[in-house]
Design a protein around this ligand. Structure first.
Ligand SMILES: Nc1ncnc2c1ncn2[C@@H]1O[C@H](COP(=O)(O)OP(=O)(O)OP(=O)(O)O)[C@@H](O)[C@H]1O
Ligand SMILES: [Mg+2]
Length: 618
């Protein structure tokens, strides 16, 4: 059976209306001026909209009622002016509102992206990039909508309900009482909707994030999908999650389809009541016809804002579900939050690295590393070898503080890496990681990634050392060639050499090469090895390699298996032992051990004069 499980997307922590409101208001503070302008325009527009019922009443009672036809023209002119003013301020409001809106979106995206970058690596192991994309793009927009439009809509609606309510009370207190009869029902309906909608919106956001997670996963794996002929299956799988989103969205809208008209209906009951009670009042002469018509024309100005408050509640519940997803990220503890008193790594970094009884687990019951103790002296090359899954990459990633150890200590020049700043720690380490990643830009940008102010000459020199200068120059656009997403337009070996050039350019005192030359041919590898040897001769390096010939001359070879160090020593020492290393060597190169042992050993040691020195040191 093909893959059927849903992409992993977590449901965020539920949060109260108050928390969401309170936190949303925070985004206002820096923009209070534009917020005020927005509100002023909205209020002015609202005030001028009151002219219509007022002028209508005047025309019916004073112009028509008293046959004062000469007053009609000024009344019409006044109404025209009021309409013009209303729409002018509305136009201004839309403009100001858009600026305000985009400013807040910009702030929020900046904050959430800034946060994302500072999350521990572990968070990214758990959350899919499609889910995170949804949060930065869609969820931010949903939250912003309520912050801006909601704020404006809420205030204007409240003001207009109160203002119109007061006007109605003054016009005719008795009739005004009937107007508010439906209000308690409206409040109860709103409370019911708030609860029901929140749960549905949460599920809808989850469905959207799940679909996006699948989408981004499949777009990245499009070659695999094609190669394994899984287009139809994946299409069907996508349809399942797109359908889930369709159903979740419908669930939200269905609720709204009941709530919104029901509330409108209840509101209309007020108009009916006014007609029932108002009609006889006019007939009995206790109220003029103009007053009743004016009163009725005011009613939409009372009930429409109540309807808008309902829509606002809908928006707010949608935004609440989105906010929860955003605040989950914003509230995640930042990487390095436990390093308040951290100091910079003392300069210059000599590169003395010690692991003391380090253990680590990825959160499963199996330890990825168990009681690792090792010492790399300044300038030494430490090779990490062992079967796949042994924990080699994990071991070097701990030096970069990508993950928090469960036990033990790591020191650089005697300084505990937990007590130094993340920037200074990572600044001291150059990395060529196992899964090479190039950014979607030019080759030059990718090499310059670690060291933006390097000159072209520096870039060329680094590329020459990584043996990629020639092939780059042969490209039509040379160093300005674009590499495509993840560097897809280059071969794996080419990507690997560019990432080596990037690490060379960084010129850090400690170097991590995790399978750095695994994907290049042996002739190229030989050239890169020479360059790396020059590079590693005066810096501490950790070299992970499956091809054991590349680490023969290391000062110390550490053999890992199941997260434990099972052997350590120089190539020559390890060959003498009948252990895992010797077995690995034998499987890689039968002739290697069957041949003249003395010749092999002398080759190994003559290539690395440092090895002997290191042995003496021990
Ligand atoms: N991000 C992760 N989350 C959970 N488990 C992981 C993660 N990365 C690695 N592991 C597990 O930790 C163990 C060690 O993995 P590691 O990548 O360190 O092996 P390795 O020695 O580098 O292997 P290889 O030679 O294949 O690169 C493996 O069993 C692997 O399944
Ligand atoms: Mg690895």
């Amino acid at each position: 059976m093909a893959k059927t499980s849903a992409p992993e997307v977590a449901l965020p922590k539920a949060r109260s209306n108050w928390e969401i409101l309170h936190r949303a208001l925070r985004y206002f503070r820096p923009h209070w001026k534009i917020a005020t302008a927005n509100m002023a325009c909205a209020l002015l527009s609202l005030v001028f909209s009151f002219a219509f019922p007022q002028v209508t009443q005047f025309i019916i009672d004073d112009v028509v009622g008293h046959h004062e036809i000469s007053l009609l023209t000024p009344a019409i002119m006044a109404l025209l002016a009021a309409y013009l003013a209303r729409d002018f301020f509305d136009s201004l409001r839309i403009r100001v509102n858009s600026i305000f809106e985009q400013d807040v979106i910009y702030d929020m995206r900046g904050e959430i992206y800034g946060r994302l970058q500072r999350l521990p690596v572990q968070s990214f192991d758990k959350t899919s990039s499609g889910d995170l994309m949804t949060r930065v793009m869609d969820d931010v927009t949903a939250v912003e909508r309520v912050v801006i439009d909601g704020f404006e809509m809420g205030v204007i609606s409240l003001v207009s309900v109160l203002a119109v309510g007061t006007i109605l009370l003054f016009k005719n207190a008795e009739l005004a009482l009937y107007v508010v009869v439906p209000v308690p029902i409206l409040i109860i309906g709103t409370l019911w909707y708030t609860k029901a909608a929140h749960a549905r919106y949460r599920m809808q956001r989850l469905a959207a994030a799940t679909m996006n997670a699948l989408l981004s996963d499949n777009l990245q794996g499009v070659r695999q999908i094609k190669a394994f002929g899984q287009e139809d299956q994946e299409g069907a799988r996508f349809a399942v999650y797109a359908d889930a989103l369709r159903r979740r969205s419908l669930a939200v809208m269905n609720l709204w389809s009941i709530y919104s008209p029901a509330m409108n209906f209840v509101g209309s009951l007020g108009i009916i009541l006014v007609l029932i009670v108002g009609g006889p009042l006019v007939v009995s002469g206790r109220m003029t016809l103009g007053e009743l018509v004016g009163f009725i024309f005011y009613l939409p100005l009372f009930y429409d804002p109540i309807g808008r408050l309902h829509r606002l509640n809908q928006m707010f519940q949608a935004a609440r579900a989105s906010s929860e997803r955003i605040y989950d990220i914003i509230d995640t503890t930042e990487e390095g939050a436990n390093r308040q008193n951290a100091v910079a790594l003392s300069q210059p970094v000599r590169g003395d690295v010690r692991y003391r009884n380090v253990s680590f687990s990825y959160g499963t019951s199996i330890d990825a590393l168990k009681d690792i103790t090792l010492h790399a002296r300044p300038g030494q090359m430490i090779a990490l070898v062992g079967p796949t899954g042994a924990g080699k990459s994990t071991l070097v990633n701990l030096l970069l503080a990508f993950y928090q150890r469960s036990a033990g200590k790591i020191e650089i020049d005697g300084q505990d890496i937990d007590r130094v700043t993340i920037e200074s720690l990572r600044g001291a380490i150059g990395v060529v990681s196992q899964d090479v990643f190039l950014f979607n830009g030019t080759i030059r940008e990718n090499v310059l990634f670690a060291c933006g102010d390097a000159t072209d000459e520096d870039v060329f020199a680094a590329c020459r050392a990584a043996n990629c200068h020639e092939f780059i120059q042969a490209l039509p656009d040379g160093y300005d060639s674009r590499v495509g997403e993840r560097g897809i337009r280059l071969s794996v070996g080419e990507r690997q050499r560019i990432s080596i050039a990037r690490a060379i350019l960084k010129n850090a005192p400690i170097l991590i090469l995790d399978e750095a030359t695994a994907s290049v041919d042996t002739a190229t590898e030989h050239l890169i090895q020479e360059a790396l040897q020059r590079l590693t001769s005066h810096r501490t390096s950790f070299v992970v390699a499956h091809r054991l010939s590349t680490v023969r001359h290391a000062d110390q070879i550490i053999v890992l298996r199941h997260g434990e160090i099972v052997e350590r020593g120089t190539h020559a020492e390890l060959l003498k032992r009948d252990g895992l290393y010797r077995m690995l060597c034998r499987t890689q190169d039968e002739t290697y051990l069957d041949g003249d042992m003395g010749r092999i050993l002398s080759f190994a040691s003559s290539n690395v004069p440092k090895t002997m020195a290191a042995e003496h040191e021990r």
